[in-house]
Design a protein around this ligand. Structure first.
Ligand code: NAD
Length: 260
């Protein structure tokens, strides 16, 4: 990543997002961190990354299910760090249940956090990216943005939507030096997966200790879980100057999940 850049990474208090903050800060970016969690632990992580990289790391507790908080977070990032060059829409939530029992409020929440928040953040980021004629937008989709899976109707719909949004934005912003891409991870061992094991055991009737193997690993020819850092490296590459001709792509980081 050339020059000092200013980045916002949503949903970056754990998992893929936190690894992405580390990757971008390690490549010279000042970063706004966002997400939920224990405030003392978040502050410790931000201070440690700032100390190690010499970059500014600030935190926003914005709840991205609320459009006004997404807009406030983007304004806060510009106020505290400067005009945002890089936006990584990574926040995501999951809920696993059969469709006929799927709670309406979970449908609304998953669409809000996994899809609409990206729309609102991109909308807020574009004016200054266009003015400066440089920008990088990366949306964390999923293999479930490319293929279906049972018991995850809202997640699959939102992630397919996020890839559609990525393609649409990429065409519109291409003349302005801005790229917009998606990454599509397979199974990465993070809290979002740990929390799903009990829900998956319930809907599939499998014992919890077989869920990882049967539900998550079987589809990946590599036969192992993906590390958050592997996804973060792909995101950081898409944010670099070197990736300037890659746009509108949905890049699998999936151990071969979508090849069969
Ligand atoms: P994670 O649970 O560690 O991270 C999710 C992040 O989003 C956390 O920081 C959390 O606090 C934040 N978040 C949740 N709701 C929020 C809200 N309303 N407002 C603001 N922040 C909110 O899980 P992860 O696996 O690192 O997930 C990151 C992204 O990767 C998600 O979009 C997820 O769908 C996607 N993904 C994960 C996997 C996987 O196997 N782990 C696979 C494909 C895609």
């Amino acid at each position: 990543i050339a020059a000092a850049r200013i980045a916002v990474v949503t949903g970056s208090t754990s998992g893929i997002g936190l690894a992405t903050v580390r990757a971008l800060a390690g490549r010279g970016c000042d970063v706004m961190v966002n997400g939920f969690g224990d405030r003392a632990e978040i502050d410790r992580n931000c201070a440690e990354i700032a100390e190690r990289t010499g970059n500014r790391i600030v935190y926003s507790a914005a709840d991205l299910s609320r459009p006004e908080e997404v807009r406030a977070m983007m304004a806060d990032a510009a106020d505290r760090l400067g005009p945002v060059d890089i936006l990584v829409n990574n926040a995501g939530v999951q809920h696993v249940a059969a469709l006929h029992e799927f709670p309406d409020d979970k449908w609304d929440l998953l669409l809000a956090v996994n899809l609409s928040a990206a729309f609102h953040a991109i909308k807020a980021a574009l004016p200054s990216m266009r003015e400066r004629r440089w920008g990088r937008i990366v949306n964390t989709a999923s293999v479930l943005g490319m293929v279906g899976a049972p018991h995850k109707p809202a997640y699959v719909a939102a992630k397919h939507g996020l890839i559609g949004l990525t393609k649409s934005v990429s065409i519109e912003v291409a003349p302005h030096g801005i790229t917009c891409n998606a990454v599509c991870p397979g199974t990465v061992l993070t809290p979002i997966i740990e929390r799903q094991i009990a829900q998956q055991a319930q809907v599939t009737g499998l014992p919890e200790d077989q869920v990882l193997q049967t539900v998550f690993l079987e589809r990946m020819p590599t036969g192992r879980l993906i590390a958050p850092e592997e996804v973060a490296s792909a995101i950081a590459f898409l944010c670099s100057d070197a990736a300037g001709s890659i746009t509108g792509a949905a890049l699998p980081v999936d151990g071969g999940y979508t090849t069969h």
